[in-house]
Design a protein around this ligand. Structure first.
Ligand code: UN1
Length: 479
C-alpha cells in the first residue's frame, strides 16, 4: 500500500516527511493504511495558516458557520457506514458501538450548528451615568485540539464543532493509533466548504506533533483528552505560553450498588459501564462498591453475564467486546490482572484470549475482595477490569466512592430516593448517574470532572462556550 494519507494544512493535502502504519487490533496482519506524520515545520505552517485564516472565518458570521457545521453533520451521516467500519477496524470497538459513536458525532455538529446562531452577550447598566456596558463573547483565535484513540470521531467532533461554531480556527492532532477516522472527518470538513486554513489536520505522535502544537506561539488555547501525565505536561507548557487550557483525563469511576437496588438494573448498568467498549472509556466503572447484603447475589449474576460476553473481532456480528487497542495496552492490562492477584484479590477472568486473527483479545475481569487502598482500586487501568469492594452501608459506600484521586463520573444503583439524592449531592465527581452506567453520556450537556480527571472549563453543550470564547467588556460613553 504505497498510498499515504496526507495531512491537511492550509487547504492542501500534504504528505509529511515520515509516516505511520495503522493496523487493526482485531488482527494486526490487517494493514488499514499508511498515514503521514507532520514534521515540526508542518505543524508551524498549520498553526500560522490557522492564525491567519481565523478572522475571515469569524467575520463570515454565524449563518455561514452554522451552514458549514450542518453540512459536516450531513456528510458524517452520509458516510456513516464507512466511518463506523473504519472506527471499528482501527480502534477495535464493535460495529454497533462504532455506529452509535459516528451518529453521536453528527449530532454534535448539528447541535453546534445551532449554537453558532446563539452566541449571547450581556448588556449591563453602568454605575456611571451616560455609560453603557456590553459583555460580548469573542473567539480565541487559532486553537490546538489533541484527541485520544478511544473515541476517534466523537471527541474530535466535540472539540472541533464548538471551536468552529464560535469562530475559532483549528489545528487537530488525532491519536497516532487512530488517524483513519480523523482523516475521514477531515475530508468531510474540507468538502463542507471550510475556508483554507480554518481547519487543519496534523497527524503523528504526541511527543513530536502534539508537543510542537502546544509550543506554537500562534495557538491561543489547547484542548486535550488523554492521560494524566500528558495532561499535566501540557498544562505546564501551556502556562509557559499563557495559553488557555482544557484537559480531560482519567477516571476511576465508582458504581455503588445498594441492597435495595433492582438487581437486573444494577447488573445491566455495571456490565455496560465496566466492560463495553473493552472498558476503554475514561467514564468506565472500575470500582464496584457493593453493600454486603446484596454482594453475593450481585457478584454471582454479574460474573455469569461477564463470562458469557463474546469477545472477538470488532467487525464480527456476534462480538460483544472487541480487542484491546494495542500490545502496550494489553501488556498493561495483564500486569494489572497479575497485580490484583498479588494484592490479594480473587481474580475472575482477565486472561489473554486467542482470536481468529492475531488480535489483542482479553477476557473481561473482576477483582473480588478488593479494598479501597489497593493500587488496582486507585490507578486507572483503561481496560475491561473492575474491582469489587464490599461495604456495610451507604456512608461507607460514599466514603469509598470519594476515596480516589479522580472525580469524573459516579454511579449509584438504588430505589431509595433519599440515598440517590444524598449521593448526588455528596459524591465528588463532575457527573452522577442514578440507575445508569457511569459511561455513555448525552452529547448536549456539560461533560467533565473534578480532581485529576479534568482541568479548565467543561466540554460539550452550552458550557463549551466557556472554553472556546473569551469575554470582552466594553464601555461606551456617547458624550
Ligand atoms: C462516554 O462515556 O460516553 O475518553 C464518553 C473518554 C471520555 C468520553 C466518554 N472522554 O472515555
Amino acid at each position: 500500500m504505497s498510498n499515504i494519507h496526507p495531512n491537511f494544512i492550509a487547504g492542501d493535502w500534504r504528505n509529511g516527511a515520515t509516516s505511520l502504519e495503522n493496523r487493526n487490533p482485531s488482527d494486526i496482519d490487517d494493514l488499514i493504511g499508511i498515514y503521514a506524520c507532520a514534521s515540526e515545520e508542518d505543524v508551524r505552517s498549520a498553526c500560522l495558516e490557522a492564525a491567519n485564516a481565523q478572522s475571515t472565518w469569524y467575520d463570515a458570521g454565524p449563518q455561514v458557520r452554522s451552514d458549514v457545521l450542518n453540512r459536516v453533520a450531513t456528510g458524517i451521516e452520509q458516510r456513516a457506514p464507512e466511518i463506523a467500519r473504519m472506527l471499528a477496524r482501527e480502534e477495535g470497538k464493535i460495529l454497533s458501538e462504532a455506529t452509535a459513536e459516528t451518529q453521536r458525532a453528527a449530532h454534535v455538529f448539528r447541535f453546534f450548528a445551532g449554537e453558532a446562531l446563539r452566541v449571547h452577550g450581556e448588556f449591563i447598566a453602568s454605575v456611571r451615568s451616560g455609560v453603557d456596558i456590553e459583555v460580548a463573547r469573542e473567539p480565541l483565535g487559532a486553537v490546538g485540539l489533541i484527541t485520544p484513540w478511544n473515541f476517534p470521531i466523537a471527541i474530535p467532533a466535540w472539540k472541533v464543532a464548538p471551536a468552529l461554531a464560535y469562530g475559532n480556527s483549528v489545528v487537530l492532532k488525532p491519536a497516532e493509533l487512530t488517524p483513519g477516522t480523523a482523516h475521514l472527518l477531515a475530508r468531510i470538513i474540507a468538502d463542507a466548504g471550510v475556508p483554507a486554513g480554518v481547519f487543519n489536520l496534523v497527524m503523528g505522535p504526541g511527543a513530536s506533533v502534539g508537543a510542537a502544537l502546544v509550543a506554537d506561539p500562534n495557538i491561543q488555547a489547547i484542548s486535550f483528552t488523554g492521560s494524566v501525565p500528558t495532561g499535566r505536561a501540557i498544562s505546564q507548557h501551556s502556562l509557559n505560553g499563557m495559553k488557555k487550557v482544557q484537559l480531560e483525563m482519567g477516571g476511576k469511576n465508582p458504581m455503588v450498588i445498594l441492597e435495595d437496588a433492582d438487581l437486573s438494573v444494577a447488573v445491566a448498568a455495571t456490565l455496560n459501564g465496566s466492560f463495553f467498549s473493552t472498558g476503554q472509556r475514561c467514564t468506565a466503572s472500575s470500582r464496584l462498591i457493593v453493600q454486603a447484603s446484596i454482594h453475593d447475589a450481585f457478584v454471582e449474576e454479574l460474573t455469569r453475564q461477564m463470562l458469557a460476553l463474546k469477545v472477538g473481532p470488532a467487525l464480527a456480528a456476534e462480538s460483544q467486546v472487541g480487542p484491546v487497542v494495542s500490545q502496550a495496552q494489553l501488556d498493561s492490562n495483564l500486569a494489572y490482572v497479575a497485580l490484583a492477584a498479588a494484592e490479594g484479590c480473587d481474580v475472575v477472568g482477565g486472561e489473554r484470549l486467542d482470536g481468529s486473527g492475531r488480535g489483542y483479545f482479553q477476557r473481561p475481569a473482576l477483582f473480588l475482595g478488593a479494598t479501597s487502598s489497593m493500587r488496582v482500586c486507585q490507578e486507572e487501568i483503561f481496560g475491561p477490569c473492575a474491582s469489587v469492594i464490599r461495604v456495610e452501608d451507604f456512608d461507607e459506600a460514599l466514603w469509598v466512592a470519594n476515596d480516589t484521586p479522580f472525580g469524573l463520573s459516579a454511579g449509584i444503583c438504588t430505589q431509595n430516593l433519599r440515598y440517590a439524592r444524598e449521593f448526588r449531592r455528596r459524591v465528588q465527581s463532575g457527573m452522577v448517574m442514578v440507575n445508569l452506567p457511569t459511561a455513555g453520556v448525552d452529547y448536549h450537556v456539560p461533560f467533565g470532572g473534578r480532581k485529576n480527571s479534568s482541568f479548565g472549563p467543561r466540554e460539550q453543550g452550552r458550557a463549551a462556550a466557556e472554553f472556546y470564547t473569551s469575554s470582552k467588556t466594553s464601555y461606551l460613553f456617547s458624550g
